[in-house]
Design a binder for this molecule. Sequence first.
Ligand code: GLY
Length: 428
Amino acid sequence: MKVLIVGAGGREHALAWKLRQSPLLEELYCAPGNPGIAEYADLVPIPVDEITRLADFAVDLKVDLTIVGPELPLVLGVVDEFRSRGLAIFGPQRRAAELEGSKVFAKEFMGRHGVPTAPFEIAHDAAQARKAAARFGFPVVIKADGLAQGKGVLIPTNADELDAAIAMLFEERRFGASADRVLVERFETGEELSFMALSDGEHVVPLATSKDYKRIGEGDSGPNTGGMGAHSPSGLLSADDAAALLEKVVRPTIAGLKEENRTFVGVIYAGLMMTSDGPKVLEFNVRLGDPEAQTLLLRMEDDLLPILVAGAAGDFGALRLRFRKEAAVCLVLASAGYPDKPVKGELISGLEAARAVPGAHVFHAGTALRDGDLVVSGGRVLNVCATGPNLREALRSAYTSAAEVQWPSKVLRRDIGKRVLEMAAAVE
Ligand code: GLY
């Protein structure tokens, strides 16, 4: 089969690594990809948001299946474009991708279908946002409605931070039209985890659990990022808890989308807070999480390719996925200044030594080649991952491997998995 991956990050590198292991794979392309992905796929220099060009490429090269990593092309309608040309693609249509494309839509949808989430108000200007924030008290969550690369969630803890958040959204217009409307919602406390499942539009097939660390700083401090590390399993859910999440959150969402003529094919991702009052959905994503995907793909036993082919054809039947009974960890090595203004252009060294650590894998994200040398080109630069018989061992290998990689402005969180390890009842 000829397969095209759309995207350029660590998630897409892990997808390429996984798909290369399929005996069904003949040709693998990635648009636009990165220097690490080039080891497994032919890179195609088409940006992810140029959906007509992507479809033209798939027609010309007779691509059998396209897999979409990031949210932007999904929200722009890449699936609708491909399907209109008779091309197989695994991902949600535009109307279903609105679940991630508009946080206001997602909240109202959850209200219509009884999916548990925090109380909220919608604000169109600074005055409305202040009024809503006063209702909920500090800390309060303020979110840009539209896409903001994981950076559009602000959590002011006092009046000064609220002023700064409101200025950023409504005066500086840091998120542009994505913040024409904003959500103001109650801050929920508990442990955060990611729960993902595949859907063919009808059936729902859960992936293993995982946990993402979204804040830039240790102890979950500082601004939100796209994710600074992850592990699978999450260490926070029993098998019964996971089954309950499937019934309370994922199935009603997939059924609700179908009922609203927004049939969902692809990966549904619920970002959850496990509160004392039960699970609450913080956000939905309509794709694999990054860096969670790296940990899930490292643990997946099945051949991914026939699964995605079946999903794109609406034909999962009685599919169940198998994950190895081991732990996988992903550490994000970022460049100082991320998420605002990462330092770019510095030379990266030590990758061979990092990859030589037993159980370690290095997936590229913000890297580029300059005169044959690997340099930093983005905020999240490399994903140093490792598997092990348990979370403690996987973390040990991942941190040993990450220590080998060097560039002057390298930063990483040193506390990935720490609190979960300290909690006694860590299960799945
Ligand atoms: N790691 C969170 C996300 O992919 O949105």
